[in-house]
Design a protein around this ligand. Structure first.
Ligand SMILES: [Zn+2]
Length: 283
């Protein structure tokens, strides 16, 4: 069984929990860290002979075109994380369409390959926002990886399926690759990566991946560049909990990723999709 390794490519100050404390207009004043930390993950994957799916923000691609080219040249998949990390809950359908279209156009022109997939900032396609999935399909996307089947405040898609599946959207279909969860006492717990990967014992993620293997389905794991960047400057004025959640465990992420990549096999979502449907890859 080969799982999916995915990376949401964004700056350390663009995470949703910081949004209320950090106006977008100030983003350009912060030192950029995304290139070096993303390359750390690219090189780690390559050391292990593996490739991943990089969901890149349009905002980042515009400012760091060389990074997108480097990811693509390494044989990794480039996909879209929207434009400016605004959650889908904060966009209307017209704004959403513009974000997924413009980020896709830019990423395709930089990578020279079709963009097939999308992941919403903070898994923000929540129940009631299914119109976003229809727009993705209309815009030519082939899969989504935003429906996190967990019950959490502000994000998640409780009631969603835990395994990869097809979404029937009337005229279109879209494949859905939900982030990894762990089923416990009839509840779905988040186990896809990010905070749980940094803050829980490694065995937690490993257990979720092993159970996926036992069910013969690939698990979808995710991590952010800022999670492998212990030296990132601390954003001032964050509330206590936001600070703890963002920075805790950050010094150990690289070592943990090394163990994860030595234990399990991963590939881009694109490769699994190609087995589910014939996909034209490359220009
Ligand atoms: Zn994100």
């Amino acid at each position: 069984m080969v799982h999916h390794f995915t990376i949401d490519v964004e700056e350390h100050f663009q995470v949703s929990a910081m949004e209320p404390h950090l106006p977008r207009a100030e983003w350009d004043a912060f030192p950029s860290r995304v290139e070096a930390s993303t390359l750390r993950i690219v090189e780690l994957l390559e050391e292990h002979g593996m490739h991943g799916t990089f969901f890149v923000l349009g905002w980042v691609a515009r400012r760091r075109p060389e990074l997108v080219r480097r990811i693509a040249e390494g044989g990794h998949e480039v996909a879209s994380h929207g434009w400016d990390h605004r959650r889908v809950t904060a966009l209307d359908p017209t704004q959403f369409r513009r974000q997924v279209r413009e980020s896709r156009d830019l990423l395709e022109s930089l990578s020279g390959a079709p963009v097939l997939g999308y992941r919403a900032p903070s898994f923000s396609i929540v129940p009631g926002l299914e119109w976003a999935l229809e727009i993705l399909a209309e815009e030519g996307y082939r899969y989504d990886s935003s429906l996190y089947p967990v019950r959490r405040r502000g994000y998640g898609y409780p009631g969603g399926k835990r395994r990869p599946h097809t979404l029937d959207l009337g005229e279109h279909t879209l494949f859905e690759f939900p982030p990894l969860t762990l089923r416990l006492l009839r509840a779905n717990l988040p186990a896809g990566g990010g905070g749980t990967f940094r803050q829980f014992p490694l065995g937690y993620t490993a257990q979720a991946l092993r159970r996926s293997e036992a069910a013969a389905i690939p698990g979808t794991f995710y991590i952010h560049p800022w999670e492998v960047d212990p030296e990132q400057p601390r954003v001032p004025g964050l509330p206590f909990l936001t600070r703890v959640r963002h920075y805790r465990g950050i010094g150990q992420t690289m070592a943990r990723l090394r163990r994860l990549l030595s234990t399990f096999r991963f590939r881009p979502i694109r490769d699994t999709l190609a087995e589910l449907e014939p996909v034209e890859v490359g220009p």
